[in-house]
Write a protein that binds this ligand. Structure first.
Ligand code: C2E
Ligand code: MG
Ligand code: MG
Ligand code: MG
Length: 285
């Protein structure tokens, strides 16, 4: 089929759209069986204390080692999983893996390293989800304060009243809640007032253009958000820190936690454990 190119290249275009749809269908079809086939894996990325410069927490980020398509990014398959409903079993699996791992780190002596897990709107609005989360905490015996759920504005605004109720309940159990990608949604400051949160994660698009000695809108926004977080008594994490100059600006402003390639990309469980042990050894030395 691909050979029948018209002089204007129309067929090539049609073919590539067909490829994209094929790929999407393949992903849709194989999502559920991939959970049972152990094709998913959690990578972990550290969060670094702005003052301590030590690992102070970490985020679980899912990867899919697809037998035909290779390593897939969550930006490609999570939206498809959300569309098809596969995010419910996949999300359960992710939470269980992350809790098991955090419990393991806890038992190795890391009593204060919470794991952050991204949660989709479909999970929040699934009536059975909360019970399954509680069961997972119980079966893994992870202390509730060692898990933080990352939600985005768009997800919360889906149904702000239900979100507020669920978040209030989750937090009453000691589980922490973070607002992810802050500043990219149709954010409004009015809902922040009513939303009980532990952490704001300012989106990396604001961090990526920070340059030393340069006043900019991004800098002004980050300063304002830092002040806001302080006032509200919630922690502020800067995402996407890649350059030492960004680190300097952010710590000067008083940002609590930093996360980004400057410290580490998301890495497999074993490597992340080694990173924690190294960081602990450096602390003791
Ligand atoms: P997110 O939760 O905002 O995660 C941050 C993303 O930025 C991650 O991409 C991470 O690898 C990337 N990142 C971290 N530091 C840097 C940096 O310094 N520079 C740049 N350029 N990027 C950086 P990733 O792993 O591809 O995940 C993308 C998104 O997919 C996540 O955004 C989250 O929305 C979603 N996602 C990932 N894992 C899960 C999951 O387990 N469940 C759900 N529901 N969504 C997930
Ligand atoms: Mg996140
Ligand atoms: Mg984010
Ligand atoms: Mg994101």
């Amino acid at each position: 089929v691909a050979k029948q190119t018209g002089g204007d290249g129309t067929m090539i275009f049609t073919q590539s759209i067909r490829d994209i749809l094929e790929r999407k269908r393949l992903i849709e079809r194989s999502l559920i069986s991939a959970i049972k086939a152990h094709q998913f894996e959690l990578y972990y990325q550290p969060k670094i204390g702005g003052l301590s410069r030590q690992v102070c927490g970490y985020e679980a980020l899912v990867r899919w080692n697809h037998p035909e398509l290779g390593m897939l990014s969550p930006t490609e398959f999570i939206p498809i999983a959300e569309e098809t409903g596969a995010i419910l079993p996949l999300g359960d699996w992710i939470l269980e893996q992350a809790c098991q791992y955090a419990k393991r780190l806890h038992d190795l002596g890391f009593h204060n390293l919470p794991v952050a897990v991204n949660v989709s709107a479909a999970q929040l609005s699934d009536p059975g989800w909360l019970d399954r989360l509680l069961l997972t905490l119980k079966s893994t015996q992870l202390p509730a304060h060692l898990i933080e759920l990352e939600l985005t504005e768009t997800q919360l605004l889906n149904d702000i009243d239900h979100s507020t109720d669920i978040i209030t309940y989750i937090r009453s159990l000691g589980i922490k809640v973070a607002l992810d990608d802050f500043g990219t949604g149709y954010s409004s400051l009015s809902y922040l007032r009513n939303l009980p949160l532990d952490t704001l994660k300012i989106d990396r698009s604001f961090v990526s253009h920070l340059k030393e000695g340069q006043e900019s809108y991004d800098l002004a926004i980050i300063k304002a958000v830092t002040a806001l977080a302080k006032q509200l008594g919630i922690a502020l994490v800067a995402e996407g820190v890649e350059q030492p100059t960004q680190e300097k600006i952010l710590t000067d402003i008083g940002c609590d936690q930093l996360q980004g390639y400057l410290y580490s990309k998301p890495i497999p469980a074993k490597e992340f454990l080694a990173l924690c042990l190294r960081s602990l050894a450096a602390e003791d030395a």
